[in-house]
Design a binder for this molecule. Structure first.
Ligand SMILES: [Zn+2]
Length: 269
């Protein structure tokens, strides 16, 4: 049976209340061996911890402040987010980044918050899950400012240009996170990936409940739909689904340093 990790989903959000256990059972039955969960802000942290505590060795939390949750009171919020890092373990700092699509009011604050969290990731030796929307140059600028050689992580939900993909590949310890967007009809993403990268650099994710792949586009996304994305990525690179899934799982387990399970040399395989 193929084994796959959903490297980015928000199964703790209230869209999933009451269905969490059923969805996790479904995910396990389909061959999904781990779910990585990025935090959003103070309002989501408790829900995320509660779910991850019920599924240790399956649901792995990240901790961070999402750029769209950055406001004037960012300093106090950031201190509270930071306090979580001392109280339990996380597989990454995330999700963090810069988002200028919805609102540019707090660009300066978003940059401060992003760079502070990048520094945490270096101090704690954790990878980062980066969210960037209409802000790729700004995000890149912060990465180089804080230390491109010392940072590792993933550009989650990548749907950028060939030039942006080229910039990510220059960062030695960064991967590209691909989700349902690659299945969208008008998306150029498959072409960008085919000509610009290979499976060594790719992680698979859902970003559930958002961005459900075709044929579920527009509906609530759930982890099992990751298989639709895996099929499309396999087709994009001319690989079998097995080869694609194996590479994605290997890349994800290595980046987030997920613990080995059983006797396998490679985690989750
Ligand atoms: Zn997300």
């Amino acid at each position: 049976m193929m084994k796959l990790i959903d490297s980015h989903c928000h199964l703790y959000l209230d869209n999933f209340d009451l269905e969490q256990d059923a969805l996790i059972r479904e995910a396990k039955d389909s061959g999904i061996v781990a779910l990585l969960m990025p935090n959003i802000d103070l309002s989501s942290a408790e829900r995320m911890h509660e779910l991850c505590d019920r599924y240790p060795d399956y649901a792995y939390p990240m901790m961070g402040l999402h750029p769209t949750s950055v406001a004037a009171d960012y300093a106090a919020t950031l201190r509270r987010i930071e306090s979580f890092l001392n109280s339990r373990s996380y597989c990454a700092i995330g999700e963090i980044g810069i988002d200028l699509y919805w609102d540019k009011t707090y660009l300066k604050e978003q940059k401060i918050v992003f760079e502070e969290q990048l520094k945490w990731s270096i101090d704690l030796d954790l990878p980062v899950a980066i969210h960037t929307r209409e802000a790729f140059p700004e995000v890149l600028d912060s990465i180089y400012k804080v230390g491109a050689e010392r940072l590792s992580g993933v550009f989650h939900s990548f749907c950028g240009t060939a030039e942006e993909l080229e910039e990510i590949k220059k960062l030695p310890r960064f991967k590209t996170g691909i989700n349902g967007v690659i299945t969208f009809k008008n998306a150029k993403l498959a072409d960008v990936l085919r000509s610009g990268t290979d499976m060594q650099h790719i992680l698979l994710e859902t970003d559930a409940p958002y961005l459900a792949p075709v044929p579920y586009r527009g509906k609530r996304n759930t982890p099992i739909y990751i298989w639709k994305t895996a099929e499309k990525v396999a087709e994009t690179f001319g690989l079998s689904v097995e080869e694609t899934v194996e590479a994605a799982t290997r890349n994800t387990a290595a980046l987030f340093r997920l613990k080995k399970q059983g006797n396998s040399e490679v985690p989750f395989m």
